[in-house]
Design a protein around this ligand. Structure first.
Ligand SMILES: Cc1cc2nc3c(=O)[nH]c(=O)nc-3n(C[C@H](O)[C@H](O)[C@H](O)COP(=O)(O)O)c2cc1C
Length: 212
């Protein structure tokens, strides 16, 4: 089983989502000895935002030439690495804190790299078709307020809803959420949210390891 752990919280060791992604991956490895883990820390090595040159390499316009400078080549190689490890993973554990009702820009930059026509999706006469199915994705959601099942959810959740949409677009239908929310609402709420998310993480890891 190939596991890809992605972290995007900028809070380092204080991060809730990093604690949870690590716990899930550890539990997966406990339940599936021999599992291969790749860890992608998008804060330690952030993918650059798209610019004209990167866009040209991802979505080439006929007749336009690709730049040949070292920094472009480095970013293009990084794109290939990110795509390859995503496509090669059986289970992807995505640490995704809510930042300003959405996701950290590093995670969005990762999505912009792996969203490649012909690799993770394609358009057909019947509409878009995902090409990266057959894997499982765990969205590890941490957020200061509470949204799930509240009137805030449809208005303000552009984090979990967006991630479900984009992984669905890539053809991944087996998406799970481990959520710690309300972590800014006081120490007790935070501790309870974390405890319950860790419990869910353990159960989910057992389930995924058995199914993979
Ligand atoms: C830059 C930033 C923006 C945030 N925006 C929101 C927000 O819009 N809604 C919310 O409920 N919490 C927000 N929070 C709180 C985080 O979602 C919460 O602290 C969560 O635990 C962050 O995940 P982490 O601990 O893995 O870094 C924000 C935190 C930061 C640092």
């Amino acid at each position: 089983m190939n596991v890809l752990q992605i972290d995007s919280s900028a809070s380092g060791s204080a991060s809730v989502s990093r604690q949870l992604t690590a716990a899930i991956v550890q539990a997966l490895c406990r339940n599936r000895p021999g599992a291969q883990v790749r860890h992608r820390d998008l804060v330690a090595q952030p993918p650059a935002h798209l610019d004209g040159a990167l866009l040209q390499s991802l979505r080439p316009q006929p007749g336009a030439e690709l730049p040949s400078d070292a920094s472009f080549r480095e970013q293009a190689a990084y794109t290939d690495e990110l795509l390859e490890e995503f496509l090669g993973a059986d289970v992807v554990v995505v640490g995704a804190p809510m930042y300003n009702f959405s996701i950290p820009s590093q995670l969005k930059a990762w999505i912009d790299r792996v969203a490649q026509a012909g690799k993770t999706f394609r358009y057909t006469a019947e509409g878009p078709q995902g090409l990266a199915g057959g894997k499982k994705v765990v969205i590890v959601s941490s957020r200061g307020g509470k949204y799930a099942g509240t009137p805030m959810e449809p208005m303000m959740d552009h984090q979990e809803a967006y991630l479900r949409a984009i992984f669905g677009f890539f053809g991944v239908n087996d998406v799970h959420v481990v959520r710690a929310e309300g972590v800014s609402l006081g120490t007790q709420v935070r501790a309870e949210a974390l405890e319950s998310a860790l419990h869910r993480a353990g159960l989910l890891a057992e389930e995924l390891a058995a199914a993979a």
